[in-house]
Design a binder for this molecule. Structure first.
Ligand code: NAD
Ligand code: WQD
Length: 335
């Protein structure tokens, strides 16, 4: 099948392109490169020995979407979005426009092209502060920032669109904390500026680009006082998209799935695992809690196992080893 991957030059999209090409699919990527570099697609093709079609364009442009759909598309995997929580609080309208308007334009283009299957990048952010952990898909949805709001709205819009015609199929994938890189060290996460997320920040401390990690609070009600998250290897995530696509091809309707390992790890556990993987010391300073952070959240991923036949395979040691290989071999990312 020819799969249109929006945001395919990004971190998760690029790893998913590798998995799709290795599974025998054809791939068309549309990306405006607002948070990525086209060089990644050269590396994806070199890694897989297969070529893909790249449309340098914006999902909010009807013309760009028409170019992307022109090749004959069987299904869409929709990654393209802005994703920085802090930035979304400062510029909510940019997030509403890019993420929500972009998704509406994409669904219109799908309808015009007669494409009936969609896999969507949602996020554990839709659960906000959960009442219980591990979190199941039927937990209350309550977002705490404009980025999260866009994910919740996009989920609702896709669900409503799906309900409008019986032949439509959508899979909403709620990722917990994606980390890691392709084991080759050829592709990985390349954040612009100071990383917002823990793993890329630690990796830059290990490589000497940043002096020390600021641990955002050690007074949470957790065993070591630091925040607990469900870190998930991006290779497992890529594999989940191939399985979700298979599911969307054989089922109709709209379904949501948690994607996580089902295990929580604290900030300090991640620091220790990274020190072990890299052989480097990660100097840490405890600072104030980061506003909006929850103490602990991890997934109950049972539904993805039961329905999609997917379960995470990589452990924390592999997540750190693969992140380190990418960081060590590409200290300036794709630049
Ligand atoms: P990323 O920024 O690396 O990738 C997103 C890609 O989309 C980028 O290449 C960017 O240039 C492109 N893009 C953005 N707006 C576009 C537009 N209007 N038109 C065309 N291209 C556009 O981010 P990622 O980490 O790979 O995340 C992919 C998806 O997964 C996003 O939807 C994100 O919200 C979601 N997600 C990410 C995480 C995470 O921690 N990385 C967690 C949960 C959900
Ligand atoms: C993890 C832990 C921090 C940085 C975010 C988004 C979420 C989703 C995934 C897209 C927390 C601590 C972090 C640092 C630290 N993205 N930390 N020092 O906040 O769980 O989730 O990314 O959908 O929506 O909110 O991930 O990696 O930022 O933080 O101590 O410099 O690391 O307090 O406990 P988070 P994170």
């Amino acid at each position: 099948m020819n799969i249109l991957v929006t945001g395919g030059a990004g971190y998760i999209g690029s790893h998913t392109c590798v998995a799709l090409l290795e599974a025998g699919h054809q791939v068309t990527v549309i990306d405006n490169l607002c948070n990525s570099n086209a060089d990644v697609l050269t590396r994806v093709q070199a890694l897989t020995g297969r070529s893909l079609r790249f449309v340098h364009g914006d999902i909010r442009s009807r013309d760009d979407l028409a170019r992307a759909f022109a090749g004959g598309i069987g299904a869409v995997i929709h990654f393209a979005a802005l994703k920085a929580v802090g930035e979304s609080c400062a510029q909510p309208l940019a997030y509403f426009d890019n993420n929500i308007s972009g998704t509406i334009m994409l669904m219109q283009a799908m309808q015009a092209a007669g494409v009936e299957r969609l896999v969507f990048s949602s996020s554990a952010t839709v659960y906000g502060q959960p009442d219980h952990v591990p979190v199941k898909e039927d937990a209350p949805l309550r977002v705490t920032n404009p980025y999260g709001r866009t994910k919740l709205v996009m989920e609702d819009l896709i669900r409503d669109w799906c309900a409008s015609r019986p032949e439509l199929s959508a899979v909403l994938l709620r990722y917990f904390n994606p980390v890691g890189a392709h084991p080759s060290g050829q592709i990985g996460e390349d954040p612009r500026g100071i990383p917002n997320n823990l793993m890329p920040y630690i990796a830059q401390v290990a490589s000497g680009q940043r002096e020390r990690l600021h641990v955002f609070g050690n007074d949470y009600p957790t065993p070591d006082g630091t925040g607990i998250r469900d870190y998930l290897h991006v290779m497992d995530l890529a594999d989940a998209h191939v399985k979700a696509l298979d599911y969307a091809t054989t089922h109709t309707g709209c379904e949501a799935f948690n994607l996580g390992t089902g295990q929580g790890h604290s900030v300090l556990e991640l620091v220790r695992a990274f020190e072990h993987a890299s052989g480097r010391k990660i100097p840490c300073t405890i600072t104030q809690r980061r506003p909006g952070d929850v103490a602990e959240i991890w997934a109950n991923p049972a539904r993805a196992m039961q329905v999609l036949g997917w379960a995470a395979q990589y452990d924390l040691a592999a997540m750190c080893a693969d992140t380190w290989r990418w960081q060590r071999d590409n200290p300036t990312g794709y630049a």
